[in-house]
Design a protein around this ligand. Structure first.
Ligand SMILES: *[C@@H]1O[C@H](CO)[C@@H](O)[C@H](O)[C@H]1NC(C)=O
Length: 234
C-alpha cells in the first residue's frame, strides 16, 4: 500500500516536472535570441512566457504579435521560426522562458541568466617588493568580475600559446623563467573574453643581447690592440 502511494506521488511529480529547462547565459546590455527546441513544420500560433507571465504572443499569421507590457519595444517575435528576440538586456530579463506552439506547451524551456562582460584585466606582480633578486613571486590576473558568472583564466608567455590555469600564477626565478620577457593574462566567461596588456617579467635576463655586447667589446679590444701594435711597429 505504502509503495503504491509512493508510486502515485512519483507519477504526479513526474507529470509536473515534464518541462526541461536549459541554462542559457546572455550579456547585460546585449541581445538574446531563444529558439523553440523543436518546432512543427508550420506555426499557426505561438506564445512565449517569462516567469509564467505572458511576454509575446501571435495567434495567427494575419494579426501582428502582441508584446507585454504593450509599451515594451525591445522584444520581437519571428512567427515563421518561433524565435524570440530581446535587445538591450537588463537583469530583469533573467528567469524562466517557456514557449507554446500551436497550443502545445513545448517540453524544453530556458533558464536565462544575464551576466556582465568581463573587464580588461591587468597582470599585477606580487609582492610589491618582487625584484630580479627574489627567489619566487606571483602574478595576479586582476579585474572586477562581479556579476560575470563563471570565469576562466588563461596565461601566455611572450608569443606562446594561451594556457588555462588559475587567477594567480607562481613564478620561480629559474633559468626557464629568466628567458621570458613578458606575461599576459586573459579572462573569459560565456559571453566575452578580454586580454591584459603585457607585464614585464621581473626575472627576465637579457642573455642573447648581452652575448652580442660581449662580442663587440672583444672586437673593440682586439681593434685597439691591433692598432697599438701597428702604431708601435712604426
Ligand atoms: C543587438 O541587436 C540590434 C538590433 O538587431 C543590433 O543593432 C545590435 O548591434 C545588437 N547588439 C549586439 C551587442 O549584438
Amino acid at each position: 500500500m505504502g509503495s503504491l502511494v509512493a508510486l502515485c506521488v512519483l507519477i504526479v511529480v513526474l507529470g509536473f516536472v515534464k518541462t526541461e529547462l536549459q541554462n542559457k547565459e546572455f550579456a547585460l546590455s546585449g541581445n538574446l535570441t531563444l529558439k523553440p527546441a523543436a518546432s512543427p513544420s508550420s506555426i499557426s500560433s505561438i506564445t512565449w512566457k517569462h516567469n509564467d507571465n505572458l511576454l509575446a504572443e501571435q495567434l495567427n499569421k494575419e494579426s501582428p504579435p502582441d508584446y507585454y507590457p504593450p509599451t515594451e519595444k525591445r522584444i520581437s517575435l519571428n512567427f515563421k521560426t518561433g524565435e524570440l528576440s530581446i535587445i538591450k538586456l537588463t537583469e530583469k530579463d533573467a528567469g524562466k522562458y517557456n514557449v507554446e506552439i500551436n497550443n502545445v506547451i513545448q517540453n524544453v524551456g530556458y533558464q536565462v541568466k544575464i551576466i556582465k562582460r568581463v573587464p580588461v584585466p591587468t597582470v599585477v606582480v606580487q609582492p610589491l617588493a618582487c625584484s630580479e633578486t627574489s627567489t619566487d613571486c606571483s602574478l595576479d590576473c586582476q579585474g572586477d568580475v562581479t556579476g560575470a558568472g563563471t570565469v576562466r583564466y588563461f596565461w601566455k608567455e611572450d608569443d606562446g600559446d594561451w594556457k588555462e590555469s588559475a587567477k594567480k600564477k607562481e613564478i620561480k626565478n629559474d633559468a626557464d623563467t629568466q628567458t621570458i620577457k613578458e606575461f599576459f593574462c586573459k579572462v573569459k566567461n560565456s559571453v566575452s573574453d578580454e586580454e591584459s596588456p603585457a607585464t614585464k617579467n621581473p626575472f627576465y635576463k637579457e642573455t642573447s643581447s648581452s652575448t652580442v655586447n660581449e662580442e663587440t667589446d672583444n672586437r673593440n679590444a682586439l681593434h685597439q690592440c691591433a692598432g697599438n701594435l701597428i702604431f708601435k711597429s712604426h
